[in-house]
Design a protein around this ligand. Structure first.
Ligand SMILES: [Mn+2]
Length: 418
């Protein structure tokens, strides 16, 4: 931040649904990133140049009352919030307006936070957005800046602790896949597959990182299919794009299974094409390369594979519009995205790929006219000389995928061999 700055970050709202219902609380990723606090109504104030040391870093939390204890259970005490965040000065949130007024009086630059994700669809202001309007109205002569830019640059590079949490999410996800692989067979409903993941994730203190995609047959060609209510049919594929989150950090994994336990020749052909693009794109994630170039290289690889598969022709490629190349008919989405506290994590335009980024790599080929789509997705930690696939122990080669479907069921818990 510039000299003489103050920054403020708010917790997310509790979102009303219908009647007196609310959606499951979703902590603000930036607030959690900076403070480790997930609790609603929390505010973080940073003013590193404040004259008094105690004014430089302040956390405001809601004050627990007997009524809130009765209905909502335990909320953070000041001591707990201090221990959790490492921030010495913790105040009740009712003190915020006065403290903020003093900070504004002392400071010149104001960094406020908005959800600036390129694909965010925002229909209602959140606490941060309301605070921006109100602050600019009350203090129109300060210089305002975007905190989101600074946070994106920081959040893109994962610390070892953050990588460990993504690994943990990947590990829980792996166990879900291994246990589900043995259940997949003709006749099973997509919802039963989803339920098995839920069982595995919740007992490991994970959650679904996003609405799970359990898409059999032609549903596998709908990129964000989430109805998950159809029976899996013999000879079809089952595309599973789902993962666990753990401690707010996410994995993001896609595998495609043959419902009958064995891919058809055509399915395997397409599968291996997707796999080759994925493996080559994982190698292609190099520090210093622009994400745009990486996507373009992935598209070139995919174009080659689609030509080999006979899905597009040289003629079409020669005459194609560069803005809408022929390959987009079968591979209409991006090659991957940063992963972290958000599944489609923050990214700063123009910044090259760097050591410490975690990226998903997820090519796919969708052929509605043949009734199936294949997508594969790994989570990759970018290293200085080599990359680490954090989801490597979830089998991905076609033969290994078939193998785990046929593995003998685990011995029931409690039964000991003598
Ligand atoms: Mn993804």
């Amino acid at each position: 931040m510039l000299p003489r700055s103050v920054a403020v970050v708010h917790a997310n709202d509790i979102i009303a649904t219908n009647a007196d219902g609310t959606a499951a609380y979703c902590p603000n990723s930036d607030l959690f990133y900076l403070s480790g606090v997930e609790q609603e109504e929390t505010v973080l104030l940073l003013a590193p140049d404040a004259e008094e040391a105690r004014d430089r870093e302040i956390l405001f939390i809601r004050e627990p009352t007997p009524l809130s204890k009765l209905w909502d259970g335990h909320k953070l005490s000041k001591e707990e919030a201090r221990a959790l965040s490492g921030i010495e000065r913790v105040e009740w949130v009712s003190a915020f307006p006065g403290v903020f007024r003093s900070a504004m009086n002392e400071m010149e630059n104001v960094y406020l936070n908005l959800n600036e994700h390129a694909r965010a669809v925002i229909e209602a202001d959140n606490r941060d957005a309301r605070f921006v309007h109100e602050t600019r109205r009350q203090y129109p002569l300060h210089a305002y800046h975007r905190l989101a830019r600074l946070l994106r640059i920081q959040r893109l590079v994962k610390s070892p602790d953050e990588v460990d949490l993504i690994r943990k999410a990947a590990e829980i996800t792996r166990d879900g896949f291994l246990s589900v692989a043995k259940l997949i067979r003709p006749g099973i409903n997509e919802c039963e597959v989803e339920a098995e993941f839920a069982r595995e994730f919740i007992r490991r203190r994970g959650r679904f990182a996003f609405l799970p995609i359990v898409a059999s047959g032609k549903n596998s060609c709908s990129l964000h299919y989430v109805a998950n209510d159809q029976a899996c049919r013999k000879g079809d594929v089952l595309l599973l794009d789902l993962a666990a989150s753990y401690a707010n950090y996410n994995a993001d994994v896609t595998r495609t299974f043959p419902v009958s336990g064995k891919f058809s020749r055509r399915q395997r052909e397409v599968y291996n094409a997707v796999l080759r693009v994925m493996e080559e794109s994982i190698r292609g994630l190099c520090p210093g390369k622009s994400p745009k170039l990486w996507h373009k290289e992935g598209q070139a690889l995919m174009q080659e594979e689609l030509l080999q598969l006979g899905l597009i022709s040289q003629r079409e490629v020669k005459r194609q519009d560069v803005l809408n190349p022929a390959l987009r008919r079968y591979f209409p989405h991006g090659l991957g995205h940063p992963l972290g506290l958000d599944v489609h994590d923050v990214i700063e335009p123009g910044l090259p790929i760097a050591e410490g980024w975690v990226m998903t790599v997820e090519p796919g080929i969708y052929i509605p006219e043949e009734g199936f789509g294949i997508r594969l997705e790994q989570d990759v930690l970018v290293g200085k000389v080599a990359n680490t696939v954090l989801t490597a122990d979830i089998p991905v080669e076609a033969e290994l995928v078939e193998e785990i479907m046929h593995a003998a069921p685990k011995r029931a818990a409690g039964v000991r061999k003598r």
